[in-house]
Write a protein that binds this ligand. Sequence first.
Ligand code: ZN
Length: 131
Amino acid sequence: MATPPDPPIPEPPARVLDQRLDALARQPFRAKFHLRGRDRATAELGGPATMRRHAHDLIAKRLAPAEPYKDGRQTPYRGHPVFVAQHATATCCRGCLQRWHRIPKGRELSRAERAYVVAVICRWIERELTG
Ligand SMILES: [Zn+2]
C-alpha cells in the first residue's frame, strides 16, 4: 500500500504575514529589495503556484538543513524572484531566520517552519506584483 501524502499545513493568515512584512519593510536594508527586470518578469509569467513550488524547492535545499551549505552566503541577490524575496523578508539564511523570525539555527526546519517561510516569501512576491 502506498503511503498517503502528508496533509497540507495551514499557512498563517495574510493579516499576520502582512504585519511581519510591514515590520521588515521598516528596516532600511530589507526595504531596498524589489522585484525588477528579469526577476519580476519570471514572477509575473510563472504565476503564484509556480513561485510557491520554486520557493518550497529552494527552501528545502538551501535553508532547511540543520547546517545549510555556505550558510550566510547561500542566497544570491538576483537570478530568481524567490532569492530577492528572501533578502527582503530576512529568510535568506539561518542567522537572519533566527534573528528576525525566532527560528533557531542548528537543526533542520520542521514542515510547519518551511511552510511558514514559503508563505512569507510568496506573500512578499504577491505584494510586490500588486502593490
Ligand atoms: Zn541572511
